[in-house]
Design a protein around this ligand. Structure first.
Ligand code: ADP
Ligand code: MG
Length: 255
């Protein structure tokens, strides 16, 4: 499978004086068709890792390759273009623009890319039927439910057919039904088109949709779990096992 992003020996240190080492020599490769979930206790560096992997943030040390090219050999504008063309971001708080309708929110990146009006409308309507938000296209975000807003945010991320979806706690503001609906959408894209998914969650049930689990502890990769031939349910139980062992470790550390 073709490599999209590879991160080698990543170290991230915050602060001039206190020097908080948030990522401590982590490695990860994301290929086409991958579905990777990052888990770990609060403050373990999950968001930082996701931001560094998706070129939103830069590491203090280490190498990030995007499409096999070192991002430090590219101009910032080039990296921004790659990111814009290849990655669809889905955030926990949706990040929709309140003054735009759902239709306008979903199409915004195509407008910026100078795609014609007719084509934008067709693509927007197709994807919104798929995500069950067709009937709210001409409403504003504050007239929609949380689930509808999250699906609109996902539609906005998916409409450009990105090679990679990056999602930080995408179900954090959703109820169970809407959470599973969102993950099924990700899963379908992953299976049908080989779209790679890189996601952070603290929910073992949500993590069980992934094909690979990376567990962070204190900025280090503590465990990597491949789903292999396991069913989603079997994988879920393995994840629960690991998360409960990790919680046990935390208790031990606290004495
Ligand atoms: P997680 O997503 O796993 O909860 P984060 O990656 O958000 O963890 O944060 C890891 C650690 O880095 C935390 O201790 C957090 O306070 C710290 N941190 C995150 N962002 C910054 C920043 N911009 N400046 C300083 N410290 C930060
Ligand atoms: Mg976080």
């Amino acid at each position: 499978m073709k490599e999209i992003i590879s991160a080698k020996n990543i170290i991230k240190i915050y602060g001039e004086k206190s020097k908080l080492k948030v990522l401590d020599n982590v490695n990860l490769t994301v290929n086409e068709g991958d579905f990777v979930c990052i888990m770990g206790p609060s403050g373990s560096g999950k968001s930082t890792f996701l931001n560094v992997l998706s070129t939103v943030d830069t590491p203090t040390r280490g190498t990030i390759k995007f499409n096999d090219k070192n991002i430090f050999d590219m101009t910032e504008a080039h990296v921004a273009k790659l990111r814009y063309e290849s990655i669809g971001f889905v955030f926990q708080d949706f990040n929709l623009i309140d003054s735009l309708t759902i239709r306008e929110n979903i199409g915004v990146s195509l407008v910026l890319a100078n795609v014609g009006k007719v084509e934008i409308n067709k693509k927007t309507e197709d994807i919104s039927k798929n995500l069950d938000i067709f009937e709210v296209l001409d409403k504003f975000p504050n007239e929609c439910s949380g689930g509808q807003r999250q699906r609109a945010a996902s539609a906005r991320a998916l409409i450009t057919n990105p090679k990679l979806i990056v999602a930080d706690e995408p179900t954090g503001n959703l109820d169970t039904t809407n959470s599973h609906q969102l993950l099924k959408i990700f899963q379908k894209r992953n299976e049908d088109d080989g779209t790679a998914i890189l996601m952070v969650t603290h929910d073992s049930m949500i993590a069980s949709y992934a094909k690979k689990l990376v567990f962070l502890r204190d900025g280090k990769i503590a465990e990597v779990l491949d789903r292999g031939d396991l069913t989603q349910k079997e994988f879920f139980y393995k994840i629960v096992d690991i998360t409960s062992k990790e919680s046990q470790n935390l208790f031990d550390v606290m004495g």
